[in-house]
Design a protein around this ligand. Sequence first.
Ligand SMILES: Nc1nc2c(ncn2[C@@H]2O[C@H](COP(=O)(O)OP(=O)(O)O)[C@@H](O)[C@H]2O)c(=O)[nH]1
Ligand SMILES: [Mg+2]
Length: 335
Amino acid sequence: MPDDSITTLVQDVLAGSRRALARLITRVENRTAEAHTALAALYPHTGRAYLVGITGAPGTGKSSVVNALTRTLRASGHTVGIVAVDPTSPFSGGAVLGDRIRMVDLAGDRGVFIRSMANRGSLGGLAVTTGDVVRVLDAAGFDYVLIETVGAGQSEVDIARTAYTTIVVDAPGLGDDVQAIKAGILEIADVLVVNKADRPGVENTVRALRTMLELGHRVRPTLHHGQLAPPTRFAPPEYDFWQVPILKTVATENEGMEALAEAIERHRAHLQESGLMAERARHRAETELIERLREALLVRLLAGRSPDDLEAVVQRVVQRELDPGSAVRELLDGR
Ligand SMILES: Nc1nc2c(ncn2[C@@H]2O[C@H](COP(=O)(O)OP(=O)(O)O)[C@@H](O)[C@H]2O)c(=O)[nH]1
Ligand SMILES: [Mg+2]
């Protein structure tokens, strides 16, 4: 695609064309050279949308919460972009029919744009690509961008972390295997939602979460000169002033959504008043640069090599002929 047509595409996105938006996002997902040009042109137009992450174990009702929250935000006149990074998400057609009908209904609204991300980040690039897609939606002028991820893997947690406010969704009646997932993502929660409050056991779930919050480390680890620093040394004390609310919702009945929207606004105000918004913007920029550098260096390093070269090194490591540290040094030295 010649450069002038990517310029047109960018202009159309900025002018509010949904068709152009869909086409550009596809290019961004495929990480074409044109997409890079477009992202550079769009960057000055970003930073206006409010980014909200919605994460949690599969089946807790994240997509339903996104759906219901979107309706509430739309009712107060806001536009909403949705990025779903969830292979089982109704947005990608993986759910029961009832869910899909609701989503299609939502998709008919011009103030809503829904995009599901295919998990094709082979070198861990999903977080970076998702970040770029979110940025396109931001530049396109959506007031809110909601990012749904399954809180199961590190890359998904990383994606959730790019949001300004992260909502962790839980529900009563889930198996014990979900406990580990919960423990891992609880520390990134700004707002906790106990969905399916119409189900038995909801008070037990609320109590368990409260206990976990009280016991847990509510201070996020921060990057300092590219290193993970002990939170106590570098985290701003303001972290302690935010009380993570635990809200009960019935997403399928749109119950509790005003309270959720209000909690998001309170957290947003907290971030702005405490200076954390600026602090986190810097932190996010640093994290993203490091992530991109890591990826770019890996691509550059592997560019001149055939997969067989790499496989030969892998085999030597497996055969105990070469230790992994020395293998990396050899690869870096170009041998
Ligand atoms: N009873 C009840 N079911 C719900 C509620 N929210 C979602 N569900 C159902 O739970 C299932 C999983 O919901 P979904 O939103 O796809 O969960 P996700 O995997 O976390 O995105 C679906 O069948 C929903 O209809 C709720 O508040 N109450
Ligand atoms: Mg889902």
